[in-house]
Structure formats: C-alpha cells, structure tokens
Ligand binder design. Sequence first.
Ligand SMILES: Cc1ncc(C[n+]2csc(CCOP(=O)(O)OP(=O)(O)O)c2C)c(N)n1
Length: 542
Amino acid sequence: LTMAMKVGEYLFEKVRSHGVEHVFGIPGDYAIPLYRALEASGLRAVVNTHEPAAGFAADAYARLRGLGVVVVTFGAGALNMVNSIAQAYAEKSPVIVISGAPEILDRRIDALLHHKVKTFESQLNVYREITGAAVSLTDSSTASDQIDQIFETAMRTKRPGYIEVPRDLVGARMAAGGRSRSVVAEPDQEALREAFREVVRRLNSSRRPVVYAGVEIARFGLIDKTRRLVEKLNVPVVTSIEGKAVFPEDHANFSGIYMGRAGSESAREAVESSDCLLMLGAFLTDVSTGVFSARIDRSTLISASSDEVIIGHHRYSGVTLTELLNHLLSNRGLRRRKFVTPSGRGGPTGPVEGRLTTHGIVEELNSILVHGRHVVVSDVGDCLYAGIELRTDAFLGPGYYNSMGFGVPAAVAAQLALPKRRAIALVGDGGFRMTGMEVTTAKKLGLNPIIIVWDNSAYATLQAIGGKRDYFELNRWDFVAIAEALGGRGVRATTKKSFKAALRAAERSAEFFIIDAVIASTDISPTWRNISREVAARMEHS
Ligand SMILES: Cc1ncc(C[n+]2csc(CCOP(=O)(O)OP(=O)(O)O)c2C)c(N)n1
C-alpha cells in the first residue's frame, strides 16, 4: 500500500486514520504543497487568524477528539506558534505540528532563504524542546517510518509531535515501505503483580480511601472506567482544575474540585483526612494545590499516571494508569465502603436583581447548561477560577500552563470537534484582546459559539495580587460593535437580569454571539481570592 504513495498523501492518510476531520493552520509558500496534499486527502483545512490561535484550536480539538493537527509554514509560521504548542506539551495534549520547509536541494550552508533564522535546524531544535518527538524528513525512503513514529509517540504519551516536510519531499514517492515496528517496552510482569497487590492491600486496610481523578483520565479515555471504579469502591472522589469534568459532577460520590486551601471545602476535607489517596492521572502542581497549600501526607499516596505507579515511597515505572484501573475493576477482593453524601451542596440561586457579578454569571450559566448539549471552554483569568463552579460534563481550560488566548480559538475547535454541542467560551477582556478575532473563523465556518467576555476593564487577577496599577488597567472596548463588525451578534449586560436575557438570545442565535458581561474589577471569585492571597504572601517573603 505504501509503495506507490507520495509522502504528503501518506501523511494526511495517517491523520485521517486517527479520526481527524479538521486540520488547523495558516498556509505559506513553503506549505502550499502540504495544503494541496491535505485538500486532496479530503480533510478540511481550517485557516485561523494567527498561528497562536491555530495552535490553541488544534490543542482543543485534540483534547476532545484524541488528536489535533496543525499545518504551518517555516519560520514565521511555526515559530509564531511555539507558546501554544508548549502549552499542549505541558498539559499533555497530542497535537501533530506539520511545518513546511525549504527544499532540501536548496540548502547550501550559506543560503539565505526567507524565513530562516540561524540554521536550517533552528526551528527543529526549538520544537524538540516542546514536543515528545520531532523530525525533519530528509529522505522519502525513511519518511513513512519516521511519520509513524511521531504519531505513535504522540498517541502513547499524549504529547505533541513535530514533522517538518521540505517542499520538495511532499510529492516524492516513498520506497516500498517496511511498516514501522514500534517498540514499546512491555511492563515487567513481576513488578506489575507486586504493584497491584500493594495497591489492593493499602486500599482495603485504609479507613478513608478517596479517589483523586485528574486530567489523564480524559486524555487516555478512562472516564467510564473511573466512574465504575468509584462506584465499585463507593468512596468520595475529587477532581482537579485541569481535570474538571473527568468525573460527573452530579454524581453522588463527587466531592468537589480539590485545590488545597484555595478551593472546595468538601474536597479538602475528603482529601486531607484520607489515609489512602488514590491519585489517578492527577498531578500536584502549584495551581492544583492552591499555591502548595495542600496538606497531603506523601506516605498515604498511591499515584498512578501514564508512565508509572508510585505507592508511598515505592516507584513502579512502566506500570500504567490504564493497567491499574483494569486490574482494580476486575479484582474481586476489593472492599466496598459505606459512603454518605456530603450535605449542603448546591445552594439556592441568588436574586436576579442588581449589578452583574462573577457569581451571578456562574449562576445563570448553571441554569442553562445541559449535559450532552454544551461544551465549556475557558481562557485564563478569573473566568477559569469562577468557572470551577459550573456544572457541566465537558470543560476545557489551561489549568496548569495558564496561557491566555486559548478561549476563543478553543471554542471554534470545540464546535467542530463536537458538532452536537454548542460551545460556550469564557474569556477575560484581556484574553479576548489576544485571540478574540477568531470569532471571524467561526463566522466563516458558519459556527455559532457563545463568547462570554468577563469585562472588568483590567487584568483583574493580577490586580488582586499586585494592587491597583496603571499596568493592570485596560481601556474599554465596545464588544457589541466588534461582534457586529465581524458579522456576529452582541449584547452588553450590566445586571443579572440583562445577562439572563442575553443568554437566552445567545441560545437562539445562529451566529456567533458575544455577551459583554460588565463586572467590577474588584469582583473576584473566592477561589482566586484565596490563591492571590497565597501568592501575595509569597511575594512579600521573596
Ligand atoms: C500569554 C500570556 N501572557 C501573559 C500572561 C500573564 N497573565 C496572567 S492573568 C493575566 C491577566 C488576564 O486578564 P483578563 O483576561 O482580562 O482576565 P482577568 O484577570 O481580568 O480575569 C495576565 C496578563 C498569561 N497568563 N498568558
């Protein structure tokens, strides 16, 4: 099969075989042959406004569909996207970056070809640092193996991969191809059994086991298995900010999103009083621990991730989360617990009168969100921290790397990835300045995401840490006029009542819809209040 194929054909056939339908990016002269091959393969090219947006969109698509792909040009294109792909790396999202490049035949050492930086390898070297595997194809006889390997590593590790394709290689015919044999280390069976025994023993002998489910549950397609395990053990479960919605939040065993002292009290109570915390694909980062305010005794920890299982002070590398989950689901010796639903969850909603507040936005959104019908994506800013309280079964947000600019491009990608759902983007007025123009991509594609701009005329989260300063202030934008100028609809809401009405109008709109949600720059969610206090205290001591 591979014999008669051209490199470009093979590459995009590979993309399609992973269930991808849309490829993001911006063409350039070095990438035109790639775009031709992409078009011929039947994939849809989505052209974004700016490479950072293309990278964020591909990342969001990957989070929802298992793989995202972006095609860009050499230098100006690919290097413009470094931050977005760095975020995908840090947050374990498998994005394949395909970059055009100058012809191999033209590469004399002193050749000054446009878009080149220092050497022809500069860009490859940059991408090596922010991907799990990176290659510049140089030879059509090895191309299929190299392409296979990049995909294999990306899918296995959930990290981005990078494939640079010189312009004269896209149409080159591949040699009769040895199909690649990927060598994946088999886990040591002895280690596997020992790890499983130890986990079961610890779970069964503990008084208060608790499951802490993190982002890898979504990445590795383990949402259903995790729910079954929690139901089998019948123990409390908490999630993390990056892992929001990996466990159904309306489930009786759900006890909140854990963020140390910064987050949910019920989650903190469960986690910090547990004598056996089973962490599944969750990581203790500064954000997820509320600036290291978590009080977790490491000796009580069992932490299973995609590449190792750590039990107390023992480390079993090569034993994976998926294997452990499968074992626990089939093990008949696991003790089942009595679980009492924590009381006092989901308080009554407040009155609709009065000025709009962050709390009011969350309440109104909660009154319209329907499982299976919406996907919420968040930019970085207080919308992310306030958004923790949303009751949704699909939520994306850069909760660890924290790059602004993710929200609007991610909403466009989310609607492409999950066409049965309406995307709702939460974005600050600062974040909107970065990639908000992506609403034009929604317009071009006939998509109608709802964009909620948390319009506080400031970098409010920074102001909460550093005080009122000129450099945290933002001048007012007329978001309604911007929406209309770009062919969508927009409404300004300054009260809870007008926000409610705006949401209704947005739900009916066939165009993209921007709600300019005007709130005070001092109106900060309790979660960020707590985090900013911890950060400010640290700054005083440094
Ligand atoms: C790309 C990028 N640049 C800078 C920052 C630093 N930063 C963190 S929060 C923030 C302000 C966000 O402002 P806005 O989007 O208006 O949200 P708000 O803080 O007002 O909720 C900035 C600049 C960042 N996280 N990402």
